[in-house]
Design a protein around this ligand. Structure first.
Ligand SMILES: CSC[C@H]1O[C@@H](n2cnc3c(O)ncnc32)[C@H](O)[C@@H]1O
Ligand SMILES: [Zn+2]
Length: 432
C-alpha cells in the first residue's frame, strides 16, 4: 500500500472555502483518503505544498488536443472560413504519428498548467488514448464523425467508427479513459445518419459529445431545413435523450435553454475560441440559472491559442459578465466550479473536488508570486490572477505527473522537438 501526502498547503474545499490542511491520497486506489489538520496524517511519499494552494485538477471539457500542431497556423478568421480554407486541408494530411505527437504536446501543456482531465474530439483516437495512458491523465475520448462531402458508404462508415471506437476504448488506461459517441455537429452530419445511429449509441448507453449552436451562421440553415431551432432538432433526432453535452452552445434562445435543463444536457463553454472566431457570447449565467451544468473547455489550440484553463476561467468570467451586461454574473466561485466539479460531472468522473473518496486529481499552485500578492481571496485569484505557469505540482489518480515544475511522465524536450518537426513537415505536405 503506497500513500502520498500533500503537505503544508492551503486546500480548496468543495464549498469553496480554503483551509490549512494536508491531503493524503492512495496510489493504489487513486482516491483521496483523508483531508485533515496539518501534521495529523502520514504518507510513504510527500509533496511539498508550503506557500501553496491545493486545488482539484482542472477539467478541460472540450478540446482537440492534437490540434497543438496547428497552433498559430491560421488566425483572425471566422469559424467556417478558418475550417474550410486553413484547418481541414492541413488535417487531411495528418498521420497517426502526427496525432500522437500533437496529443503528447497538448498533454504536457495541460499537465504544466494543472489540468488532469480532458474531453477530446478527434480521429486516430487509439493514439490519443495511448498518449493519455502515458500522461497518467483522465479523458473522455471519441472518434468524430462527419458525413458532409462523403458518399453514403463513407458517411455510414464514419458513424460506425464512432460507435466502434467508443466501445473499444472505454476503460483504457486502467479505467482513466471513458468514451463518447461524437457526431461532429448538427450541420456536418446528415439527418438520416443521426436518425439511424443515435439510437444505437443510446442502446449502448454511450455518452454523446457534439458541437452545437456555435455560430449564428449554423442556426439559420437548420431552422430553414428542419423548421425548428437546432437544439429542438437535436432533441427530435434523440441526441438529448442520453448523457449528452454540447460544445459551445453560444446561440441558444430561451426555449433551447429550457430544453437543455429539462433533458439534463450539459454545455462545454469555450470562451476564448468563441471570442477569437467571433462566434458570439454564450448566455452562461442564464444557462446556470436554468440549472444547466456548464463546464469550461479550451477548444483546440488552433482557435485559442493555448490550453491553459486558468486563462479560460478568466475569459469565462469576463465574457459572462459582458454577455449578461452584469458585473456580478459568472462570478469567481462560479468559474472555479465550472472548471472543476461541473467539468467532472460532464465527463462522468468522480473528480473535481477535494474530499475523501474522490479521485486523487490535484494541482498545487505556488502563491509566492508578485501577481498573487496580497491574498485577500484565493478563489478570486484562481479566477482572475493565477496563470498556468504558477502550477508547482500536478497529481492524477494519486500519481505525480509534475513535481516542482518538472513533468515526470514525458521527456518534455523530446515531446516538444518531435511536435515541432512533425508540424513543419505536415505544413510542407499540405502546401505541396
Ligand atoms: C474530426 S475532430 C473535430 C473537428 O472539429 C474541428 N474543429 C476544431 N474546432 C472547431 C470548432 O470550434 N467548431 C467546429 N469544429 C471545430 C477540427 O478541426 C476537426 O476537424
Ligand atoms: Zn471544438
Amino acid at each position: 500500500m503506497s500513500e502520498l501526502l500533500v503537505t503544508g498547503g492551503q486546500v480548496l474545499r468543495p464549498d469553496l472555502t480554503v483551509e490549512r490542511a494536508d491531503v493524503l491520497v492512495s496510489q493504489d486506489s487513486g482516491d483521496i483518503v483523508a483531508v485533515d489538520e496539518p501534521g495529523t496524517l502520514d504518507g510513504d511519499d510527500e509533496l511539498d505544498a508550503e506557500n501553496g494552494l491545493v486545488i482539484p485538477g482542472l477539467v478541460n471539457a472540450h478540446t482537440h488536443v492534437a490540434m497543438t500542431l496547428l497552433r498559430g497556423l491560421a488566425d483572425d478568421k471566422p469559424l467556417d472560413a478558418w475550417l474550410q480554407e486553413d484547418i481541414w486541408p492541413v488535417e487531411a494530411e495528418l498521420t497517426a504519428e502526427d496525432i500522437r505527437a500533437g496529443a503528447e504536446l497538448g498533454l504536457v501543456e495541460m499537465i504544466r498548467s494543472g489540468t488532469t482531465a480532458l474531453s477530446d474530439m478527434y480521429f486516430e483516437v487509439e493514439e490519443i488514448a495511448e498518449a493519455v495512458d502515458q500522461a497518467g491523465m483522465r479523458a473522455a475520448l471519441g472518434f468524430t464523425a462527419v458525413t458532409v462531402g462523403k458518399d453514403d458508404e463513407g458517411a455510414r462508415a464514419d458513424l460506425q467508427e464512432s460507435l466502434d471506437v467508443a466501445r473499444k476504448l472505454d476503460g483504457r488506461a486502467d479505467g482513466r479513459v471513458r468514451t463518447t459517441f461524437q457526431p461532429h455537429s448538427l450541420t456536418t452530419v446528415g439527418e438520416e445518419y443521426l436518425r439511424e445511429f443515435v439510437p444505437k449509441a443510446l442502446d449502448e448507453d454511450l455518452s454523446i459529445h457534439l458541437h452545437a449552436n456555435e455560430t449564428a451562421d449554423e442556426v439559420a440553415p437548420i431552422v430553414d431545413e428542419h423548421g425548428m431551432r437546432p437544439l429542438a432538432y437535436a432533441d427530435d433526432v434523440g441526441l438529448l435523450d442520453g448523457d449528452t453535452y454540447v460544445a459551445h452552445g453560444v446561440h441558444v434562445d430561451d426555449s433551447e435553454i429550457d430544453l437543455l435543463a429539462e433533458t439534463d444536457t450539459g454545455v462545454a463553454h469555450c470562451p476564448a475560441s468563441n471570442m477569437k472566431l467571433a462566434s458570439g457570447m454564450a448566455p452562461v449565467q442564464d444557462l446556470l440559472d436554468a440549472g444547466v451544468t456548464v463546464g469550461i473547455g479550451t477548444d483546440g489550440a488552433a482557435s485559442n491559442n493555448d490550453l491553459d484553463m486558468f486563462d479560460e476561467m478568466r475569459d469565462a468570467a469576463m465574457l459572462g459578465k459582458l454577455a449578461a451586461d452584469d458585473a456580478s454574473a459568472v462570478d469567481a466561485g462560479t468559474v472555479v466550479e465550472m472548471a472543476t466539479a461541473n467539468g467532472a460531472d460532464l465527463l462522468g468522473f468522480d473528480s473535481g473536488r477535494i474530499e475523501a473518496g474522490a479521485n486523487a486529481d490535484l494541482a498545487v499552485i505556488d502563491l509566492d508570486a508578485p501577481h498573487l500578492t496580497p491574498a485577500h481571496d484565493l478563489v478570486s485569484h484562481l479566477a482572475y490572477a493565477v496563470h498556468g505557469s504558477d502550477v508547482r505540482h500536478t497529481v492524477c489518480d494519486g500519481e505525480v505527473l509534475m513535481r516542482d515544475r518538472t513533468v515526470e511522465v514525458f521527456d518534455e524536450v523530446a515531446v516538444r522537438d518531435r511536435a515541432a518537426e512533425r508540424a513543419a513537415a505536415l505544413v510542407e505536405r499540405a502546401e505541396s
